[in-house]
Write a protein that binds this ligand. Structure first.
Ligand SMILES: *Cc1c(COP(=O)(O)O)cnc(C)c1O
Length: 372
């Protein structure tokens, strides 16, 4: 037997999560991601990025999956299922492997980033590429989970949001209080809802964004902050149902992780917007990719395209004054840039040249750049 040492967010926040004192966590050491202050971007505000790409499978989905799979294991489940734009399937596959369960994942054929597909394959998921989009897959897995003995681990599973709310706890702990503004990319809107639940619990304030109650937490933990942030959600223009006020039938964007036309947390997201006095906005694919590249070049942080939507929106709203000068702003970077190597490879075309393997050729190539 291995010695039991605390690992992952369930052990860290057991008193704030719906688990028993002795519930064994299915964990890969998720959470505890860095909150990185930006040095060059975001003035006259102080912008921090919460780099969720440093979770075990490279996205924030691990926070939700440790809770959902821990709960499934507790109830004796043998299999889990999800629809996914990529990261949920990677996380479900990894945590199911950890728990000794089979994962089934439905993904849109040809529309998931290569790194995410590789993860699902390596972790032994049964992968069904459907001739349809994420929204089609979501309808299917909901129906299947009602008929067959498989546990649905999409964010409609309330344990997912319970796990994901812990990111807000970490931010409050790092800053000593809640930020003024928190910006996220929005697809199904599960994560923006989860953060609001987390901030509300951290501040000891009520929210109507969830009806889920922690029936198993025995004590009301102390408040960690006396305020909650304004919550801002950014979508891609081709996939912006919150801006259109209705589902989008054929969502399209280079940011495949938020290529979702019929958000599952539609009502909750509007509650978050109202309660936090926040807003939604949209960005073009060009704006998203430009910010992804700037963040990588000017700050050393490489996130996937969908993640860059939060910072792209924040920078624009800071510039326009919609986010007030002097505000403390946190942007969630939802996933790692290595998830989507093909997009990155398109950026660097032109950044590389081929030369002879001689000292002279290397010196000549360097000289041109060093003189500039
Ligand atoms: C899942 C995901 C999102 C969207 O989160 P929602 O909870 O669906 O709004 C954004 N970015 C990345 C990288 C994701 O994997």
């Amino acid at each position: 037997m291995s010695k039991s040492i605390p690992l992952g967010l369930i052990d860290r926040y057991r008193d704030r999560l719906p688990v028993a004192d002795d519930t064994p966590a299915v964990t890969l050491g998720e959470g505890n991601t860095p909150l990185i202050p930006l040095q060059r971007l975001g003035h006259p505000c102080q912008v921090y990025v919460k780099f969720e790409g440093l979770n075990p499978t490279g996205s924030f989905k691990d926070r939700g999956m440790t809770m959902a799979v821990t709960r499934a294991a507790e109830l004796g489940a043998k299999a889990v299922i999800c629809a996914s734009t990529g990261n949920t399937s990677a996380a479900a596959a990894a945590y199911a492997a950890r728990a000794g369960m089979q994962a089934f994942v439905l993904i849109p054929e040809g529309k998931i980033a290569r790194g995410k597909l590789a993860q699902a394959v390596m972790h032994g998921a049964k992968i069904l590429q459907i001739r349809g989009n994420f929204d089609d897959g979501m309808s299917l897995v909901k129906a299947v989970a009602e008929q067959l003995p498989v546990t649905l681990v999409n964010s409609v599973n309330p344990y997912r949001l319970q796990g994901q709310k812990t990111a807000a706890f970490e931010i409050v702990e790092a800053l000593g209080q809640a930020p003024d503004v928190h910006c996220l990319p929005v697809g199904n809107a599960g994560n923006i809802t989860a953060h609001w639940i987390g901030y509300s619990e951290a501040a000891g304030q009520a929210t109507a964004a969830t009806s889920f109650r922690d029936e198993r937490s025995k004590h009301a933990p102390a408040a960690m902050t006396d305020r909650r942030p304004v919550m801002v959600g950014y979508q891609a223009t081709g996939s912006a149902p919150f801006m259109r006020g209705a589902p989008v039938a054929q969502p399209d964007t280079v940011a495949t992780a938020i290529r979702i036309g019929n958000p599952q947390s539609w009502d909750a997201a509007h509650v978050v917007q109202r309660e936090s006095a926040g807003w939604f906005d949209e960005l073009t694919d060009e704006e998203i990719l430009a910010t992804q590249a700037r963040l990588a070049r000017e700050e050393g942080v490489f996130c996937e395209p969908a993640s860059a939507a939060s910072l792209a929106g924040a920078l624009r709203d800071i510039e326009s004054g919609r986010i007030a000068a002097g505000s403390t702003v946190v942007c969630t970077l939802t996933g790692h840039g290595l998830k989507d190597p093909d997009i990155a490879a398109e950026h660097v075309a032109g950044a590389s040249q081929t030369i002879d393997a001689t000292l002279g050729a290397v010196e000549q190539a360097l000289g041109a750049s060093l003189d500039a």
